[in-house]
Design a protein around this ligand. Structure first.
Ligand SMILES: CSC[C@H]1O[C@H](OP(=O)(O)O)[C@H](O)[C@@H]1O
Length: 250
């Protein structure tokens, strides 16, 4: 049965549950085994207990742990800056991404050439339940392109002027998660919460504390949306995520 769901929670997102540890070839992952609508739901705090910065998160371990636990679907929460019109507190469910990271391990396949298809980078079925859930809960939801920067510094106005030509929202954690999930044939989608206008999109400066405060303000409703969405994901997969490796080798 494919109904087990893992949630990779970003800044300011918490979930109650029994603390468990999952060992992976890439390291140990601390998680929480929660219960939502009768099915198991695994919560993995992306940044861990010490709040690792985005460029040091062990993304391969997180996705591996989700699959090892038995999840076939993964919902990610990401905080983003808006490079366009999105109001603070609104939701973006990305349908594509652009990567500007620099130092991240972005594949499980180091010894063989495996070229997964990313025509639909995010699982359409998981995206659908997130879009419906966010619309029902808040109405302020859109699709768009997630631009991932290396961080941990925030961007300069000149960087945002360049990056906004490529996408709609900017974050530091959406990549390589989305690609690693596809390599593990997991159905993955992200729900992003807009915490601020991106650099240069507003007159005054920004602070990490301000961004975190907005995330904490919004996290309760965000978790309600995720819990509702997780229980509505179809049991059987109608997407092709589960066959990602079938034709990925030369
Ligand atoms: C000042 S933003 C810091 C940090 O928080 C966000 O992470 P996440 O997407 O896991 O919530 C953002 O992307 C940065 O990594």
């Amino acid at each position: 049965m494919d109904s087990k769901v893992a949630v990779i929670g970003g800044t300011g997102v918490e979930m109650v549950g029994e603390a468990i540890g999952i060992d992976t070839p890439f390291g140990w992952v601390e998680a929480k085994d929660g219960e939502v609508a009768g099915d198991g739901l695994l919560f993995i705090p992306r940044h861990g207990e010490v709040h690792l910065p985005p460029h040091r998160v062990n993304y391969r371990a997180l996705l591996w742990a989700a699959k090892a636990w038995g999840a076939r679907r993964v919902i990610s929460t990401n905080t983003v800056g808006s490079m366009s019109w999105h109001p603070v507190g609104s939701y973006v469910i990305p349908d594509d991404f652009v990567d500007f990271t620099k130092s991240r391990a972005s594949t499980f396949f180091e010894e063989e050439a495996v070229h997964v298809d990313l025509t639909a980078p995010y699982c359409p079925e998981v995206r659908r339940v997130l879009v419906d859930g966010a619309k029902a809960a808040s109405g302020l939801v859109s699709g768009g392109v997630y631009v991932c920067t290396e961080g941990p510094h925030l961007e300069s106005p000149a960087q945002i002027r360049m990056l906004r030509r490529f996408g709609d929202v900017v974050g530091m954690t959406g990549y390589p998660e989305v690609v690693l999930a596809r390599e593990l044939e997991l159905c993955y989608a992200s729900i992003c919460i807009v915490t601020n206008p991106a650099a240069g999109m507003r007159k005054d400066s920004m602070s990490a504390a301000e961004i975190t405060a907005e995330m904490e303000r919004s996290s309760g409703l965000l978790m309600e949306i995720i819990a509702a969405a997780a229980s509505k994901i179809p049991e059987e997969r109608g997407c092709s995520c589960g066959r990602a490796l079938a034709e990925a080798r030369l």
